[in-house]
Design a protein around this ligand. Structure first.
Ligand code: KG4
Ligand code: ZN
Length: 332
């Protein structure tokens, strides 16, 4: 069963052909990073227009690279939320139009559920229950995944998302956009113990807070203009990774998780990938760290989720709307 999946929730125009939720025949991601870099962040209006221009060629490329004709498709899926409404609408409208034109079902998919399923494409045998740390530009959540489709929210950020903190600090340090990869690179040349930045909400439950850390970086650089930027980058990253790893580890012990998994753009961070793996192994748990391409936004993870949702819930009605604030179907 092949599904064409479309992802346009933020600034990546992506399409993929995925068979039975596991076999990725093609995954095309056209990033708008260069378009938005000169503005220092994603400009929603610009993103929507760029999706309009890029979507048709990206879908055609995904079908061609996946050696798939419309007649060979069982469904067309699109991310319906959460995300930027103008961006979501482009993918959702296109998927509905393809569904009508080709006479196949439409499946609306939750972007966050896509990030949760990303790991299973690369490791179908991932042991459940798992604790998943979902860290992206818009979200920071600790999720208890009991079984496929059954999630409990353990904690989330009370202010900035982890990726947002990376982007804001990078912008302040003049490292450009997107900030995560820039800080990741620069941190390798710095001393992570150089500056003792605060660890927000350390030791308190499973919620996160990063806005105090961001302010602290700004104050430190203002007070010590001579400070070496790589040291600031490394110390900032260390503070973020410390809390992320500490809380994930504690949550996994608390719920008796068999494995720990990470997802979302920040899961591409080198320090987080290393630290979470060694922490899990030290505690006798399996760790799953998806490839970087599977951590950042892509349509393959949406195709995997669509296959699961289609079997569980059936097709999505064509009058279903895109929802910029869509939540995960948590049990709590
Ligand atoms: O999941 P994603 O591609 O898009 C959203 O759904 O938000 O995540 C993008 C975020 C950005 O904030 C970006 O700076 C961050 O992920 N990111 C990283 C790294 N690569 C991307 N953060 C830290 N280290 C990285 N290597
Ligand atoms: Zn994402």
């Amino acid at each position: 069963m092949r599904i064409l999946a479309i992802e346009t929730s933020c600034d990546e125009t992506a399409a993929a052909v995925v068979e039975d939720g596991r076999v990725v025949h093609s995954s095309v991601v056209s990033s708008q990073v260069d378009t938005h870099a000169r503005f220092g962040g994603v400009v929603p209006e610009v993103a929507g227009r760029a999706h309009l221009e890029l979507l048709t060629p990206v879908v055609e490329e995904a079908l061609a690279a996946g050696d798939t004709k419309p007649a060979g498709l069982a469904a067309v899926a699109a991310t319906v939320g959460p995300g930027l409404i103008g961006s979501l609408l482009v993918g959702v409208s296109a998927a509905k139009a393809y569904s009508l034109a080709w006479g196949v079902p439409f499946v609306g998919v939750n972007h966050l559920e896509g990030h949760l399923h990303a790991a299973f494409i690369e490791d179908p045998d991932l042991a459940l229950p798992a604790v998943v740390l979902l860290v992206s530009g818009g979200h920071t959540m600790l999720i208890h995944m009991l079984s496929d489709g059954r999630y409990r929210l353990l904690g989330q950020t009370i202010d900035d998302a982890a990726g947002e903190a990376f982007d804001k600090v990078a912008r302040y340090l003049g490292l450009g956009y997107p900030g995560g990869p820039a800080i990741d690179r620069l941190a390798r040349e710095g001393d992570a113990a150089a500056i003792a930045f605060p660890r927000g909400l350390r030791g308190e439950g499973y919620d996160f807070s990063f806005s105090g850390l961001k302010t602290s970086v700004v104050n430190h650089v203002n007070r010590h203009p001579e400070v070496a930027t790589p040291d600031v980058a490394a110390s900032f990253q260390e503070a973020v990774v410390d809390v992320l790893v500490e809380k994930t580890r504690r949550a996994a012990a608390h719920v008796g998780a068999r494995s720990i998994c990470i997802g979302g753009g920040v899961a591409a961070n080198s320090a987080l990938r290393e630290r979470i793996t060694s922490a899990a192994h030290a505690d006798g748990r399996a760790a799953f760290v998806p490839s970087r391409a599977m951590c950042t936004d892509n349509a393959a993870m949406m195709g995997a989720t669509a296959w699961y949702r289609l079997r569980k819930d059936g097709p999505t009605p064509l009058d279903a709307a895109a929802d910029p604030n869509l939540r995960l179907p948590f049990e709590n």
